[in-house]
Write a protein that binds this ligand. Structure first.
Ligand code: PRT
Ligand code: ZN
Length: 226
């Protein structure tokens, strides 16, 4: 018998670029998921597992605070949150169980197409708009560049045209968005994929047993996709 608190809690993105593939991965592992729209919690019918469907930005914190046992999240968001929590003296512990085969993208710096870009030193004294200020700050520091970072939660790609910034640092996959906005990619600062993470202090033996059963299935699904 499994009591409520022993159910394994997995946080996944509710709707967005990672949700379909996160659900598909879990379904391929044998989880029977009954997703009624708008529900925060979905109970897995055939295993003691609950899915929490949330904004992707909430997933690292839920796992780091031990509120959820597992989570599927883009490394870009995970690393940004981790850096933020370190700076804020909050807990930022987690374990990566698997690097997954979806959600691939890169975090890149882009400048107006017409600009003569000769290397990272060209960013000295410039203003760069981004949703990932900690990752960008780390990169600039490592390269000895002083630039001003402007925080934007959305519409980053229009910032140069709007006169808000000289450059941007944003996620890129095909490059079509940059192109459409008259920008060119000049530096890749971080390469990201979706990962399955676990909270550090998972000790419940029932949960660990279930996890031990799930992990080979996840590896199997990924090998089958290769
Ligand atoms: O609502 P919620 O907060 O949950 O979702 P969100 O809107 O914050 O995130 P979402 O669903 O857009 O992305 C979730 C995750 O998918 C990201 O954190 C990345 O790990 C991953 N991912 C992979 C991407 C992309 N590829 C991607 N191309 N996330 C965003 N983009 C955007 C990018 O920001 C830019 O606007 O797509 C545009 C660029 O795409 P291309 O193909 O034109 O280069
Ligand atoms: Zn988000």
């Amino acid at each position: 018998v499994t009591n409520e608190s022993q159910r394994l809690r997995i946080a996944i993105q509710k709707s967005g670029r990672l949700s379909q593939e996160s659900q598909a991965l879990l379904t391929s592992c044998g989880l029977k998921i009954n997703l009624r729209e708008q529900r925060l919690i979905a109970h897995v019918e055939n295993m003691p597992i609950d899915l929490l469907r949330v904004r992707d930005d909430d997933i690292p914190g839920l796992v780091m605070d031990g509120v959820c046992d597992l989570g599927i999240i883009g490394e870009n968001v995970l690393e940004e949150m981790s850096l933020q929590r370190q700076l804020d003296n909050e807990t930022y512990d987690y374990t990566v169980l698997a690097r997954l085969d979806f959600g691939g993208c890169r975090l890149s710096i882009a400048v107006p197409q017409e600009e003569n870009y000769g290397g990272v030193k060209n960013l000295e004294g410039k203003t760069i708009a981004t949703t990932y200020p900690r990752l960008l700050n780390r990169y600039l520091k490592q390269n000895g560049v002083n630039a001003r970072i402007v925080n934007l939660k959305g519409s980053v790609e229009v910032a140069p045209r709007a006169g808000l910034a000289d450059a941007i640092c944003d996620l890129v996959s095909t490059g079509a968005t940059l192109e459409a906005n008259g920008l060119k990619e000049v530096e890749v600062i971080y390469r990201s994929k979706a990962v399955l993470i676990q909270r550090r202090d998972l000790t419940d033996s029932t949960q660990l047993k279930l996890l031990k059963k799930l992990m080979p299935r996840i590896q199997g699904v990924m090998q089958a996709n290769e």
